[in-house]
Design a protein around this ligand. Sequence first.
Ligand SMILES: [Zn+2]
Length: 121
Amino acid sequence: MTPDEAAACDKICPRCGKPLTGGVLGRVAALADRPAGFRPQGAKPFASLVPLVEVVGEVLGVGAGSKRVSSACQQLVSRIGPELTVLQDAPLEDVGREGPRCWPRLCAACRAGRGETASRL
Ligand SMILES: [Zn+2]
């Protein structure tokens, strides 16, 4: 559970009643001097992207360096456009036609910056 969820149940496990063990995220929240998502004034906009080979590798369930991934990436790039176009701008219907069935959802998740992986879709 998130640090907020843990605080809401007084750091006691709702299943077994034992005290919860704090995790890294809780420590980060405790040390933070500003709220999550805070942007300093004048900060440049940015996008968090996962490399295409990693996204495709996740979809296919193989390593990012595998032959299947490189040929799938070449296919996507030759039919849709450059890597950044595939990852950010191409209509998801176009991307979906060229890739595995869960691809558009994974792509949409990546675009929304949620960082979901294929195993969770
Ligand atoms: Zn428990």
